[in-house]
Design a protein around this ligand. Structure first.
Ligand code: SF4
Length: 141
């Protein structure tokens, strides 16, 4: 596995490929490496399967990435379920954004709102300056 052969590199990924058992098991193996962080990417279309997978997996292997389409569009009970199953450092929220605007972020002490989406960190193309994810580092292993 490429990530396994590069223990000094940090990898992180977000996936919606958790519906099929075999693929989920392969990705779980990848997310289990010390130098890899894996996020189950959840939205209103897949959160039920995603939360099931999250609860079935060994604790600490997966984190959650919530695509927040609208403040009130997530189903009743879902956010409470997230809070009851996930640790504070395991949930990142990406408010839906387009053209420099984003929906009002969920406010909760258990969630980390991606600062690149809500404007705290700008995209940086200059090679000698840190990129937003390097500065923030929440998603990194
Ligand atoms: S800026 Fe932070 S929260 Fe957003 S994707 Fe990068 S590491 Fe994750």
């Amino acid at each position: 596995m490429a990530a396994e052969r590069r223990p000094h590199c940090k990898f992180w990924f977000y996936t919606r490929s958790f519906k099929h058992q075999i693929l989920f098991e392969e990705l779980t193996e990848l997310a289990s490496l010390d130098n890899v962080s894996g996020f189950l990417s959840l939205d209103t279309a897949n959160y039920d399967v995603g939360m099931l997978r999250f609860s079935q997996a060994e604790a600490g292997v997966w984190k959650l990435a919530l695509l927040q389409e609208e403040p009130l569009s997530l189903a009743d009970g879902f956010l409470e379920q997230v809070k009851s199953l996930a640790e504070k450092h395991e949930v990142v929220v990406f408010p839906k954004h387009h053209g420099g605007r984003h929906v009002a972020p969920l406010v909760d002490k258990n969630y980390t709102i991606c600062p690149q989406v809500v404007g705290g960190l700008k995209l940086e193309s200059r090679p000698n300056l840190a990129k937003p994810c390097q500065t923030c580092a929440f998603c990194l292993p």
